[in-house]
Design a protein around this ligand. Structure first.
Ligand code: MLT
Length: 272
C-alpha cells in the first residue's frame, strides 16, 4: 500500500472554508477525525480502501480548515459535513467517526439520517460528559486561553498511543496536534462539553449496518461503553484492533483498514 498523501482540496460550505480529501470512485465513505487530529489520521484508509469514494474533511478549526471565529457546536460540525456532501453531490454515505468524530457522526445521524447508509464508530462513547469531565474540559480551555495549547497537545498525545508505538507514529501525531488554532481547540472542547447524550439514539439506528472498533490498549475510551453500544445494536459487529490505543487508524492501519473493508464489502453486497 502506498503511503502517499493526497493533495487536499478546499471548498466553502456552510459559511466556512474546509480542507478535504476526495479520493477514488464508487459508493462513498465519510471519515470524521477526533479532537486535535485532522484528515491525515485516515491516510491508511484513504489510500487503502479502493473501490470506494473516500472523503476525509478537516473539521472547522482543525487541520487546514478555516477556524471561524464562533458558531461551533456538534450541530454545526454535522451541518458542515452535510453541506460538503451536498456540494459534492453525494446522496448517501457510510459515516466513519473516531472519538469526537463519532460524536459528530451521532449528531449527523440525528439531523441528516437520509444521507447515512452505514455507521462505523471507533474509540468513542455515546454518553454525554459527566460533571467531572466537564470540569476537566474547562481546565483545558483555561490552559489554551493562557497560551498552553502545545503543552496540552503533548500531554494528551502521550495518553493516546499504545505503549511502545513507533517513533514515526508519535511524530505524525505530534505534527497533527500542532496544527489547530487556539480558537479551534477551545471551540471543540466547548462543543464536546455541551454535547447531548447519544445513548437514546442507538434505539433508532438498530436497522443501520454498524461496525464498532476499539484499540486493545485504548485508555481514553472505556471498553464497557463500546460494549454497551454493541449490546444496544444487536446486529452490530464489534471488533478489537490489536497493538493500538486511542488511534487504531494511525497505529495499526492495516488491521483497521482490513476490518473496515470487510464491513464495506458486506454493505456493497447489499447494494449501498
Ligand atoms: C477525541 O479523541 O476526539 C477525544 O478524546 C474525545 C473526548 O475527549 O471525549
Amino acid at each position: 500500500m502506498s503511503e502517499r498523501t493526497p493533495e487536499p482540496r478546499h471548498i466553502a460550505v456552510n459559511g466556512v472554508r474546509l480542507a478535504y480529501d476526495d479520493v477514488g470512485k464508487g459508493p462513498a465513505i465519510l471519515f470524521i477525525h477526533g479532537f486535535m487530529f485532522d484528515r491525515t489520521m485516515w491516510r491508511g484508509q484513504v489510500v487503502g480502501l479502493e473501490g470506494w469514494r473516500r472523503i476525509a474533511p478537516d473539521l472547522r478549526g482543525m487541520g487546514l480548515s478555516e477556524a471561524a471565529e464562533d458558531g461551533y457546536s456538534m450541530n454545526v460540525y454535522a451541518d458542515d459535513l452535510a453541506a460538503l456532501l451536498d456540494a459534492l453531490d453525494i446522496g448517501r454515505t457510510v459515516l466513519c467517526g473516531l472519538s469526537m468524530g463519532a460524536y459528530v457522526a451521532f449528531e449527523f445521524l440525528r439531523r441528516h439520517r437520509r444521507h447515512v447508509a452505514g455507521l462505523i464508530v471507533l474509540d468513542a462513547r455515546t454518553e454525554a460528559d459527566s460533571a467531572e469531565r466537564k470540569a476537566s474540559r474547562n481546565d483545558m480551555i483555561a490552559r489554551v486561553r493562557n497560551g498552553d495549547a502545545s503543552g496540552l497537545a503533548d500531554e494528551l498525545a502521550s495518553k493516546f498511543l499504545a505503549e511502545g508505538s513507533p517513533a514515526g507514529v508519535r511524530r505524525r501525531l505530534g505534527q497533527m496536534m500542532e496544527r489547530p488554532s487556539a480558537t479551534g481547540i477551545i471551540e471543540a472542547l466547548e462543543a464536546m462539553r455541551d454535547r447531548a447524550d447519544s445513548t437514546p439514539l442507538l434505539q433508532s439506528i438498530v436497522d443501520l449496518p454498524t461496525l464498532l472498533l476499539i484499540g486493545t490498549d485504548d485508555t481514553r475510551t472505556p471498553r464497557a461503553s463500546m460494549q454497551a453500544m454493541a449490546d444496544e445494536i444487536p446486529e452490530a459487529t464489534f471488533n478489537l484492533v490489536s497493538n493500538a490505543g486511542h488511534l487504531p487508524p494511525l497505529e495499526n492501519p492495516e488491521e483497521t483498514t482490513a476490518g473496515i473493508l470487510r464491513f464495506l464489502n458486506q454493505l456493497g453486497a447489499v447494494g449501498l
